[in-house]
Structures are given as structure tokens and as C-alpha cells.
Design a protein around this ligand. Structure first.
Ligand code: HEC
Ligand code: HEC
Length: 202
């Protein structure tokens, strides 16, 4: 009886693993076409390509789904990459990249980085720009369950483009307009400062 009970529990556990998490090994195979830009270990090859290492699985799946739908987030390069991916492929690829280790180069403190740190931690008072830390976390770790992306160590060129895209409305896949509201009144200088800070944040 006991053995049977354990067998049943063990089976239920492995079933739940299958249905809630992607298969990183299968994902590694599918990711072969991604590594030229995003790196074999999810540490990207150029500043305009985002790092995917350590990024939350639900967030990666959401972005791949949105990029494939090609409405609220469009990218001329990525559209070709996601076209053939099924929802299961997306889960597996997300599991693979999420499990990789992000490499972050420390960035020395300067006036611009300090300005970025102040915005990240405290927002900008008077113009209603909230602190980034509230959603993206003290170390830029994000909140995987809530699909708040990790920003820690993200390439500055990439992050700046995203903020500009949210501001222009080119990217509008943020639920309840959260990011569009955040950047609405930000200047390019402020975006530059906060994304420079993020690039070294860990
Ligand atoms: C030729 C280069 C290239 C290849 C190959 C490529 N990507 Fe991308 N990827 C990009 C660029 C550029 C962006 C940023 C688009 C933008 O500016 O919004 C991006 C964005 C992404 C994002 C969004 C990340 C975020 O933080 O929001 C994900 C996820 C992603 N790619 C996954 C993949 C996967 C999975 C593959 C392989 C199936 C792949 N990419 C192949 C260039 C590439
Ligand atoms: C209320 C929560 C919230 C706050 C506050 C917030 N963000 Fe975000 N941010 C999000 C969410 C959610 C997304 C992802 C939207 C989506 O689903 O594509 C996001 C996306 C981003 C991205 C794109 C990440 C990527 O990999 O493409 C950047 C960059 C970013 N935020 C920077 C900031 C900065 C800088 C601040 C502070 C000035 C900030 N955020 C404040 C919730 C927030």
C-alpha cells in the first residue's frame, strides 16, 4: 500500500513538473538558432541584443508570444525567429535561457550613474515618475511570477531602446500601460542615466 501511495505521489509530482515548467534540454536544442545574437549561454553578443540569461521564464514566454503576434511588440529581426516556434518550444526555450548564468561587468560610479541610481531607487518626485525598484527589485532581479522582467546587467543600448519604444508607443505590450505611464514624462537624459545604472546593477 505504502509503495503504491509513493508511486502515485511521485507520478503526480512529475506530471506537475511537466505541466508547469519547460524542458531546458529540449529548449537548448531549439535555441541553436538564437545563440548567434543572444549568446550560447544567454549572454548576448552585441549591445542591441538583450541578455536572456537568468530572465524569468514567464516573462520570456510572454515576449516570444507577443513578438510572434506582431501587434503590441514588433521587431523586424525577431519576427522571423519566432515564426516557427510553438507554445511548447517557447516554454522549453524559456526554461533553457532562464537557467543560464548572467555575467555582469561592474560599472564604476560617476555622476551619471549616481543620477540613474537615484531614479531607480526613488523615482523622480514632482513629475510623478515612480521608483523602478518597486517592480524590478533592489538588485534588478524582477518578479518572475508577476512577469516583471529582471533588468540586472541588461545592455544599456537595448534597455534605452525599450524605454524609447514605450514612450513613443511603438512597444505597448505592457499590461495596464505600466511602463508607458512610467516613461511618459522622462527625458532622454534621465532614460540614459537609469539604463546606464541598470547595466551594472546586481
Ligand atoms: C539576428 C539576431 C537575433 C536572433 C538570431 C534572435 N534574436 Fe531575439 N532579439 C533580437 C533583437 C534585436 C531583440 C530586441 C528587439 C527589440 O528591440 O525590441 C531581441 C529580443 C528578444 C527577446 C525579448 C527579450 C526581452 O528582454 O524582452 C527574446 C525573449 C528573444 N529575443 C528570444 C530569441 C529566441 C528564443 C531566438 C531564437 C529562436 C532569438 N531571440 C533569435 C535579435 C535576435
Ligand atoms: C508598476 C511596475 C513597474 C514599474 C514601477 C517600472 N516597471 Fe519597468 N516594466 C514593468 C513591466 C510589467 C514590464 C514588462 C512589460 C511586458 O510585459 O512586456 C517592464 C519592462 C521594462 C523594461 C523592458 C525590459 C526588457 O527586457 O525588454 C525596461 C527597460 C524597464 N521596464 C525599465 C524600468 C525603469 C527604468 C523603471 C523606473 C523608471 C521601471 N521600469 C518602472 C513594470 C514596471
Amino acid at each position: 500500500m505504502n509503495k503504491l501511495f509513493l508511486l502515485v505521489v511521485g507520478f503526480a509530482f512529475s506530471m506537475s513538473n511537466i505541466s508547469y515548467a519547460g524542458d531546458a534540454k529540449a529548449g537548448a536544442v531549439k535555441a541553436a538558432t538564437c545563440v548567434a545574437c543572444h549568446g550560447a549561454d544567454g549572454n548576448s553578443m552585441a549591445p542591441n541584443f538583450p541578455n536572456l540569461a537568468g530572465q524569468g521564464e514567464p516573462y520570456i514566454i510572454k515576449q516570444l508570444t507577443d513578438l510572434k503576434a506582431n501587434k503590441t511588440r514588433k521587431d523586424a529581426t525577431m519576427i522571423g525567429m519566432v515564426a516557427a516556434l510553438t507554445p511548447i518550444d517557447m516554454e522549453n526555450i524559456a526554461a533553457f535561457f532562464s537557467a543560464q548564468k548572467l555575467k555582469i561587468k561592474p560599472i564604476p560610479m560617476s555622476d551619471a550613474i549616481k543620477k540613474g541610481q537615484d531614479i531607480y531607487r526613488g523615482g523622480i518626485t514632482g513629475v510623478n515618475i515612480p521608483a523602478c525598484i518597486g517592480c524590478h527589485g533592489p538588485k534588478g532581479e524582477g518578479n518572475p511570477g508577476a512577469k516583471y522582467p529582471a533588468l540586472s546587467g541588461q545592455n544599456q543600448v537595448y534597455s534605452l531602446k525599450q524605454l524609447k519604444d514605450f514612450q513613443s508607443g511603438a512597444r505597448f505590450n505592457d499590461e495596464k500601460s505600466v511602463m508607458r505611464d512610467v516613461v511618459k514624462r522622462m527625458t532622454v537624459d534621465e532614460m540614459q542615466a537609469v539604463t546606464s545604472y541598470i547595466a551594472g546593477l546586481k
